[in-house]
Write a protein that binds this ligand. Structure first.
Ligand code: NAP
Length: 239
């Protein structure tokens, strides 16, 4: 039987690189996307060509819709798909201070960055019963930077639920998190945006997408680790 992993926000950027790595390790990947349908289909075709024995179905779902999230595993494109892992990677990173937060803005940021991963974790447990979950966090989860207050609040909540679920769902399900530092500039921003952040890290190093995917592999492959948050951030969390 195929060994499936769901990667959310898999069409581009970090999600795409995670999908490529997991495909290389023998996983069939359920490639989730929201608006990047062309990128998702292109990735699926490339992976199928490289790994013809594995499957790479694509699936659209707007993670800001609780209804769509709750039904995601009922609507998978492959019948009786047995998922063994879930990577909650999709995210929106919108600036705004605490003073600027409105109810709609908070609902959007919490919806995609916290509620969707939480309900995907919960429905993953209900449908498949066992496996491994990795939540993509942010190096700033242990800080109180307020430039992206609602985003950070959501990621802090995701950090907390990662540990709660790891304890509640052991031994059947392992739940871990990765807290990246500066990997890629936010969508629609150039590299200059990142240079200051990189210069401020102890290792003065842009985190490689390869560094992130190595951490994903490590967490998926190590059966003794749960409830762990790995800061893959050039030491940024230390300052
Ligand atoms: N980039 C960094 O340096 C960095 C730093 C710290 C933490 N992280 C974390 O690492 C992860 C990956 O980062 P990234 O920069 O590659 O992410 P990203 O490009 O900002 O977002 C990944 C994907 O999330 C999906 N998404 C956004 N809103 C959605 C919605 N309503 N429904 C469904 N999907 C939605 C988008 O899919 P579509 O394109 O299909 O719409 C997007 O391609 C994120 O969790 C991020 O918070 C990244």
């Amino acid at each position: 039987m195929e060994k499936y992993v769901l990667v959310t926000g898999a069409a581009k950027r970090i999600g795409s690189v995670i999908s490529q790595q997991l495909a290389a390790e023998g996983w069939s990947v359920l490639i989730h996307y929201n608006s990047s349908d062309k990128d998702a289909l292109k990735l699926a075709a490339q992976l199928k060509e490289a790994y013809p024995r594995q499957e790479f179905p694509t699936m659209q779902c707007d993670l800001s819709s609780t209804k769509e999230v709750l039904n995601l595993f009922q609507n998978t494109p492959v019948k009786n798909m047995k998922l063994r892992a879930l990577i909650n990677n999709a995210s929106i990173f919108t600036p705004g201070s605490i003073t600027d937060i409105t109810p709609d803005f908070l609902a959007e940021q919490m919806g995609v960055n916290f509620e969707a991963p939480l309900f995907l974790m919960q429905t993953f447990k209900k449908h498949f019963g066992q496996g491994s979950i990795i939540n993509m966090l942010d190096t700033n989860v242990i800080k109180n930077i307020e430039t992206h207050a609602a985003y950070l609040l959501a990621k802090k909540s995701l950090d907390a639920i990662t540990k709660m679920a790891a304890l509640a769902w052991a031994p059947a399900i392992r739940v871990n998190g990765i807290a990246p530092g500066p990997v890629l500039p936010p969508p629609n921003q150039d590299q200059k945006h990142l240079e200051k952040v990189i210069a401020n890290t102890p290792l003065k190093r842009q985190v490689g997408t390869d560094d992130i995917v190595q951490t994903v592999s490590f967490l998926l492959n190590n059966p003794s680790i749960t409830g762990q948050i790995i800061f893959c951030d050039s030491g940024a969390h230390l300052k």
